[in-house]
Design a protein around this ligand. Sequence first.
Ligand code: ZN
Length: 339
Amino acid sequence: MSFLDRWFRRAKPYKVMLHSLSREEITGRCRAVAHSYKEQGVATPFAVYRQIVDALVVTPGFDVRPMSQLMAPVDEEKVVISLRHDLDGDIVTGVRAARYLARKGLPGSFYLLHTSHYYGVVENNVFHRFAGLESFVAELIATGCELGLHCDPLYLYCVHNINGAEAVRSEIAWLGSLGVKVSGTVAHNSAIVFGAENFEVFQNKSIGGRRSFTYKGKNFPLHVLDEAKLGLTYEGNYPVLPESLDSDKVAEYLRLSTSDCVRNMEWLRYYFLDNPFFGRGYDVDIWLLGCDAWVIAKRGKGAEVLWPVKTKDVLAYLEQLGGGVRVVICVHPEYISGD
Ligand SMILES: [Zn+2]
């Protein structure tokens, strides 16, 4: 056994127990998040989400697909659009969005964050999964949406010294036991939090093939899970990795990473276009990051970042795009929890 292997063995095993937290209590937690977004003035009315979805339904030049199909061949006449929903803090509004898409007959992709306050909690080195979660998952399944895991293994490694890779494996298996065929994941957070991307836990998705990273003087493993063995066919960022990290670019990226950086133009440019940790394999990102405030980031020819963009201008932007372009519209449901 190598020194590194011995060191990694120090992360505690991932053990799961059931916690009695009910559906009503989970709903209360999500409502509190929605309330706080409203107080901060960053919650968009749900009607705005409906407006976007309705426009996608009626515009013939759009080919709306689940995230798993984003990179499949493109008809040169069409703009391919995938709707990505990262369920960071509000699964109640997430279910509402999934139901609206189902009513309109559009596919959408939803990713459950296994470290979220609606999913479970670590107590005494054991992960306790909430009893009330299962009914939300059942509701999402009933809408026919694509369901996947919003991966956060680095939080478990770095904050609790618990085997985060094992958590990813275990939660995919648990969703499978409920009837969800998980074919993809998307990484939660970004490297500014722990110094590595959450998708680096997968083999062949770590930067330069690195096997570990250091956080607060401790070493944690990367490059450990085989996606194919877990039944995974994609990671929704479709990351394009550099061969190594450019330390000057990393330092500048970290310098810009302040508490409210998601609404800072300079940081957004770094995050979407000059990210030292990874690029993305598709063309355009459109993310909702405030009250009726979207960022549009286009890579490749005519690369640009536009912020803040109103919903009506997002729709006009989509309509003027040439065919053969792949777009991801990313919504965190807490941002559409307004009335
Ligand atoms: Zn997230």
